[in-house]
Design a protein around this ligand. Structure first.
Ligand SMILES: C[S@@+](CC[C@H](N)C(=O)[O-])C[C@H]1O[C@@H](n2cnc3c(N)ncnc32)[C@H](O)[C@@H]1O
Length: 269
């Protein structure tokens, strides 16, 4: 089948927008390319047809194409790793504001590596660490760090083992699992494709924040920053956990939908 025939078939199964996303991600061809090369026959036609069927059956578009985008960079994704969300930009933006370029930073629960890779690419002289436990996610973390040639030190371990890395940090940043266990089955269908281990924050959704507060804040240098992505109803509880560990100047930042999305603060000097 030609590019044009494949595109017409994709549009019969999916929306025009998604058909075009698949054309771009799998063939690297946009509307203009399609107009010019429409009658050519691509080599990866079978991969394209498989992606259409996966998406048609409800799989998230990013898993069907194997690619996702975050702050202008492309990442490899697949079942086993959380699909990057634009919401996470709020935490990364705050972190970038605090950085000058020679900080020691750790990204806890790194997943596909979007946070660590962005920081390493923006500040190549900083010392950036990424911790991820789940092998399915860690594979993508490794792949994305390599693909971007990012200067990130990888740690395949649980954040519940705070001894997996030595020394103190200028910045601790994390987007940990934070959804209450009981509401996970009610999340929309597409989210059900994503690993539960990336979502499940325990009975009250706060297990990972408690771990970070108790085990990781003591590894923050005086004057260091902690930046945590949170669920929209968690600002109060997470702020309290930080306060209990001598974190001051605690602030809550909202996302573009005006929902609480990040809590950050400073380690007492
Ligand atoms: C909400 S996802 C965030 C991924 C990534 N930081 C992002 O923003 O897209 C949480 C991640 O924590 C990882 N994770 C779960 N339990 C962990 C643990 N005990 N130690 C380290 N990572 C863990 C999951 O595998 C998942 O990749």
């Amino acid at each position: 089948m030609t590019y044009h025939e494949l595109y017409v078939y994709a549009k019969s199964r999916l929306s025009d927008y998604e058909a075009m996303c698949l054309m771009e991600d799998i063939f690297g061809i946009d509307r203009l390319g399609l107009a010019i090369h429409g009658s050519d026959i691509p080599e990866s036609g079978i991969e394209f047809m498989t992606a259409i069927e996966k998406r048609f059956s409800g799989m998230p578009l990013q898993y069907a194409t194997g690619k996702a985008y975050f702050m202008g960079r492309q990442y490899f994704v697949g079942e086993g790793v959380l699909i990057p969300r634009d919401d996470t930009e709020v935490a990364v933006d705050e972190c970038i504001k605090f950085m000058t370029g020679n900080e020691r930073v750790i990204d806890l629960c790194s997943g596909s590596g979007i946070i660590a890779v962005t920081l390493a690419k923006e500040f190549p002289k900083s010392e950036i660490y990424a911790v991820e436990l789940e092998s399915g996610a860690y594979e993508y973390l490794e792949m994305n760090v390599k693909y971007h040639n990012a200067n990130v030190k990888l740690i395949h371990d649980s954040i519940f083992n705070e001894n997996c890395v030595d020394g103190k940090f200028d910045i601790i940043i994390s987007n940990p699992p934070y959804i209450r266990t009981d509401i996970i089955p009610d999340l929309q269908n597409e989210v059900q494709y994503e690993p539960k281990t990336a979502l499940d924050g325990g009975n009250d959704g706060l297990d990972f924040y408690r771990c970070i507060a108790e085990k990781w804040i003591p590894k923050l240098k005086k004057g260091g920053k902690i930046i945590l992505e949170i669920g929209e109803e968690q600002a109060k509880d997470v702020s309290k956990l930080l306060e209990m560990q001598r974190i001051t100047q605690i602030c809550v930042v909202k996302d573009i939908q005006e929902l609480d999305r990040v809590v950050f603060g400073t380690m007492k000097k």
